[in-house]
Design a protein around this ligand. Structure first.
Ligand SMILES: C[S@@+](CC[C@H](N)C(=O)[O-])C[C@H]1O[C@@H](n2cnc3c(N)ncnc32)[C@H](O)[C@@H]1O
Length: 308
């Protein structure tokens, strides 16, 4: 991939973070990862879905970290045009973006907050893993996107309470067992899909997002019950939006503990401890970075934090 197509600030940033891996990182943007799907186990089973799709020429392999997750090894060009997709039997979802919900470990019967929910890819995963038997509150402030979330809730058969509301205005007195913060971010990870996702990227935008993310994570953590669990994720690999946000939470809330996540079949990298003049709390090493040149995925970050 020609470097001239990336913003110079972006190249400088990742050359300094990745050192000798930088060339491989940039080269990964010139290739597309295989498509991956999430089986909607609310209305079919993984075995039935594989059988149905194989009859139409798809070859699928399990992704190891969840019975619902598959990679399409070969088959028709546009799986989104398959009838089973229209019927809501599967969702097309990038494999790295499936990991936050798998790491969250939500269970049936729990009270769960999906604070930045639309269009609902991770909400569907939550509903499947809780067998549609959990009290799931979903927030989304954008009117068009809440509509898409409601459309998807119907399509996939998800039982959720979707509210059109700004997370910063959300009030709750009971506390949640699990909080998912799939935070709005600079979206630089989308660049592996379309490089023009970086056309509006700048260090200024990253710094602005970081301020909002720090506010959100403290608020999300305060909404947890004691012994509750939060997962924070972004599709950005900028340390300001990732480790710096977790470092901020650890400095503000002494009862926050980073939990390391090891998921089968995932080629993950640790959180970084230093960036420019900043040195982070050593516990941020327990965060997870997902690099396109390491796991052939969308660039992604997540951290699991317990309230203990
Ligand atoms: C990264 S996307 C979420 C993707 C979603 N979790 C999924 O997996 O399909 C972030 C979403 O948060 C919404 N959002 C941004 N700021 C918000 C706020 N303060 N309160 C509620 N929603 C917000 C955006 O409109 C966007 O839909």
């Amino acid at each position: 991939m020609a470097k001239e197509r990336f913003p110079k600030e972006y190249l400088d940033k990742y050359a300094s973070i990745l050192g000798s891996d930088f060339e491989r990182f940039i080269a990964a943007f010139g290739t597309k990862p295989k498509k991956t799907i999430w089986c909607n186990s609310l209305i079919t089973t993984p075995a039935e879905l594989c059988e149905e799709l194989s009859q139409r020429g798809f070859a699928l392999s399990g992704l190891g970290f969840s019975d619902n997750a598959f990679i399409i090894d070969s088959g028709p060009e546009r799986p989104g045009q398959d009838g089973a997709f229209g019927q809501g039997k599967f969702n097309l979802q990038e494999k790295a973006s499936m990991l936050p919900v798998v790491a969250l470990g939500a269970m049936p019967g729990e009270r769960i907050l999906d604070a930045f929910a639309a269009p609902g890819n991770k909400t569907l995963q939550l509903c499947c893993l809780c067998k549609n038997n959990a009290d799931i509150t979903c927030l989304e402030r954008d009117p068009g996107r809440i509509h898409t979330l409601q459309f998807n809730a119907k399509k996939y058969g998800m039982k959720i309470d979707a509210k059109k509301l700004d997370f910063q205005k959300f009030k709750d007195n009971e506390g949640f067992d699990r909080v998912l913060l799939d935070a709005p971010c600079s979206s630089e990870g989308m660049a592996r899909k379309r490089l023009d996702a970086l056309s509006e990227w700048s260090e200024k935008k990253v710094a602005n997002m970081s301020k909002r993310q720090k506010k959100a994570i403290v608020r999300g953590f305060d909404l947890l019950k004691d012994n509750g669990t939060l997962v924070y994720s972004t599709c950005s690999l900028s340390p300001e939006e990732d480790e710096e946000v977790i470092d901020h939470l650890l400095s503000q809330r002494p009862d926050a503990k980073v939990e390391k996540t090891k998921l089968p079949g995932v080629n993950a990298s640790k959180g970084i401890l230093r960036y420019k003049e900043k040195e982070f709390d050593s516990r941020v090493e327990g965060c997870t970075r997902l690099y396109p040149h390491v796991w052939d995925c969308q660039p992604f970050f997540f951290a699991k934090v317990a309230k203990a």
